[in-house]
Design a protein around this ligand. Sequence first.
Ligand code: FMN
Length: 321
Amino acid sequence: MKVRNYIIAAAALLMLAGCTCNQGKKVAVVYYSQTGNTKVVAEAIAKTLNDLTGPDGKALFNAKLVSIEPVKPYPDTFEATIEESREECMKNLGREIKDPVLKDYDKYDVIFIGYPVWFGTYAPPVKSFLEANNKLAGKTVVPFCTYGTGGRVNSASTLAYNCPDAKVIDSYGISDKRLDQVDDEVSFFISTIAGKLLKDCCKEGECKKDGECCKKDEGCCKKDEDCCGKHAEGETCTDGCCDKESWRELTEEDSAIFAAATENFDRMPLEPLRVKNVTLPGANRIYECITETRFGDKPKAEVYVLVPAGEGKPELTAVER
Ligand SMILES: Cc1cc2nc3c(=O)[nH]c(=O)nc-3n(C[C@H](O)[C@H](O)[C@H](O)COP(=O)(O)O)c2cc1C
C-alpha cells in the first residue's frame, strides 16, 4: 500500500476512535471460504474493528466472526470444485448450508458478507445464506471477496440487486495473490467506511461523514445517502464517494505503466482506452479497456492497477467486467 494511503487510513481510524459519537454499531462478519483466503480477510476485518477504541479507551466494536459451512463440502481440488459448482452457479441455485439462520440476527445493524468469487459472482453457499436471512432486509451490508482475476464490482452489485431491502454500501476485494497486503488494505478500507459504522448521533436529516454531521442532500454520490460533502466540479462517483480525478487520455507514462502491469497477464486481450486516478485499497489507477471474449464480442473491462510509491513494478490487482 502507498505510504500516503496508509497515513490517510491511520488518520481516519484515529478520527473514528476519537469521535464524540463513540458507539460502534453491532457488526457480524459472515463469510464463506473454501480454501481459506476469504477467511484471512474476514479475520482481518474483525480484528481491525475490534482493535478500535473510543476516547474512553473502550472498544467501539465487538464484531462477531461467523463462518458459513455447506452441509456437503465441495471437493478438495480446484477442477472438481469447478465441475461440481458450475451448475449451481449458472442456475443461481445456492447450496444447502449448516445452521442457515444467523444466530442473534436481529441484534446486528451491519453485516459484512464475504465470499470467494466463483464464475464472476458470490459462491453458492452465500446465496443460501442470504435466502435464509431475509435477504438482509434493513441491514447495512458490506460485501467483501477474494478472487483470482476480479469480480468484486459484479458480485457486489449482484448482491445489492438480490437484496433490494438491504443497504449495500462499499465493497472490498483482494486477489488471492496479494493476501500479504490484506492488513494494510483492510485498515484503509475500514477508514473509508468508518462514518457508516458508528451509531448516528446527528440531527434528523443529517448524516455522518468523516466524524462530522452534514445534511443528507449534500451527498457527494447520489447512490450513497450517508456520504456527505460537496460534489466538486469534475468529480465523479467511484465506489460510493467522490473521485477527484475523472477519465483522461492516456499519456506515454500511463501506457508504459499499463504495459508493465499487464506484462504477464494472458487471460484475455486488453487494450487500454483511457485512465483515471483513484484512491482505493489495492489500486490508484483504473484503466478502461476493450477486451475480447471467446465468442468474438468486444466488451469493456476495467483494469485496476497499483503503482507503488517507490521504485517497484506496477501491479495489476483486478480486472472488472
Ligand atoms: C469454482 C471456482 C470458481 C472460481 N471463479 C472465479 C472467477 O470467476 N473469477 C475469479 O477471479 N476467481 C475465481 N475463482 C478463484 C477464487 O475466487 C479465489 O481463489 C478465492 O480466493 C478463493 O477463496 P477461498 O480460499 O476463500 O475459497 C474461482 C475458484 C473456484 C474454486
